[in-house]
Design a protein around this ligand. Structure first.
Ligand SMILES: [Zn+2]
Length: 87
């Protein structure tokens, strides 16, 4: 199977290659933040009661970046993530 053009992915995910991601309930890094976006697909994490908001995702150790479950499923192998699924 031919590889699709993944240029967009590596551009956006360069800083995430090989990252350790921990699965956790979304909480804002700063109390004033009311939402975050998936670093790859821009899905929204929030607790505003919006119909399509996400409440659980995968965060980097410094909590600067969040990745949604769908992107973890899709890109986990390619981006060589180390996944920590909290009990
Ligand atoms: Zn995503």
């Amino acid at each position: 199977m031919a590889e699709k053009d993944n240029g967009w992915l590596t551009d956006q995910a360069d800083h995430l290659i090989g990252a350790a991601l921990t699965r956790s309930e979304w909480t804002p890094l700063h109390p004033a933040d009311d939402h975050d976006h998936c670093a790859l697909c821009w899905a929204k994490f929030s607790k505003l009661g919006l119909p399509d908001e996400l409440h659980v995702g995968w965060r980097t150790a410094d909590q600067r970046y969040w990745v949604c479950q769908q992107c973890v499923d899709d890109f986990n192998v390619r981006l060589q993530w180390i996944l920590h699924d909290n009990p």
